[in-house]
Write a protein that binds this ligand. Structure first.
Ligand SMILES: C[S@@+](CC[C@H](N)C(=O)[O-])C[C@H]1O[C@@H](n2cnc3c(N)ncnc32)[C@H](O)[C@@H]1O
Length: 279
């Protein structure tokens, strides 16, 4: 079978499972052939080698496995990260968390920060690349996620500046840090999710008890205890819950940020010297 024929057949097979079947067929075939997607057109008459393993990948996608787990790679902030089951696939909206954390690092001239729930490492790696002087301690409760993060640290040559520690929240970080950044699990337990997420991505990276804000609240309280700012991603519908928590906890210096769709997507809380306006 030639490249052109395989693409046509793969596109047809992916019709029910993928939103953009042609694009995904091209990505999977380029991955199989070890070439750029843009090269497929030039190779369209070439016979495919080891076609069996290509069709296996198409079948995995038909079974709703995320494309990124099949190729083992995901794009984030213009870079390619390694991903594997056990670590959440980094999401585009989390790039805004990076921007918010970067603004805070710049303002505070922070040199040492912590990320809670490092996952694949996308957030910490991106921040370390933006700030060449920055040192990061990054925690996670999942050894599988930490193994993926370790690979990404090596990939970007950042093992000296990002230290991974296994444990919950800040338990493994007794020392002082200047900022807490986190994209913790915040989906309320029991929320029905798409099969590509629910059946493949790690549940402890996604779900939190009750209304989903429990970890967000605990992280804010850790910021309060240590008197350091907190930048967190949250669910689009969690603003009200967080606002009432801030009120009850006597926290006034916070603001919410939105994603590109205009939905509430996270918050920044300042403790200590800065007072931010409530938006
Ligand atoms: C939503 S994922 C975020 C991963 C990555 N930072 C990103 O933005 O793509 C949440 C991560 O938090 C980790 N996690 C869950 N509970 C935790 C806890 N109590 N302490 C530290 N990490 C936790 C999960 O294992 C998962 O890797």
């Amino acid at each position: 079978m030639t490249v052109a024929e395989a693409l046509q057949e793969a596109t047809r097979l992916l019709g029910g499972a993928a939103e953009r079947p042609r694009l995904e067929a091209e990505i999977l075939l380029a991955d199989h052939l070890g070439c750029e997607r843009s090269m497929l057109l030039l190779r369209d008459r070439e016979e495919i080698e080891d076609a069996g393993s290509f069709w296996q990948k198409i079948q995995r996608r038909r079974d709703h496995e995320p494309l990124e787990y099949i190729t083992g790679r995901a794009g984030f902030y213009g870079q390619e990260f390694l991903v594997a089951p056990g670590a959440l696939i980094p999401r585009p909206e989390t790039e805004i968390l990076v921007e918010e954390a970067a603004a805070m690092i710049r303002r505070r001239e922070a040199k040492r920060i912590v990320e809670i729930g490092v996952g694949s490492g996308a957030v910490s790696v991106t921040l370390a690349r933006l700030f060449p002087e920055l040192e990061i301690v990054a925690t996670d409760i999942s050894p599988e996620a930490l193994a993926v993060a370790a690979k990404n640290l090596r990939r970007f040559g950042l093992e000296d500046r990002i230290e991974l520690r296994e444990g919950s929240l800040l338990d493994p970080v007794p020392e002082a840090v200047e900022l807490i950044v986190s994209n913790p699990p915040y989906v309320p337990e029991g929320t029905p999710l798409e099969p590509n997420v629910a059946d493949y991505e790690p549940h402890r990276a996604l779900f939190a008890p009750g209304d989903g804000t429990e970890l967000l609240r605990r992280i804010v309280l850790l910021g309060k205890e240590r008197q350091v700012p907190v930048v967190c991603e949250m669910g689009y519908d969690q603003r009200e819950g967080m606002e009432s928590f801030f009120r009850d906890a006597g926290i006034e210096a916070y603001r919410f940020y939105r994603d590109l769709a205009g939905l509430d997507r996270g918050f920044v809380v300042s403790f200590g010297d800065e007072v931010k306006s409530k938006k």
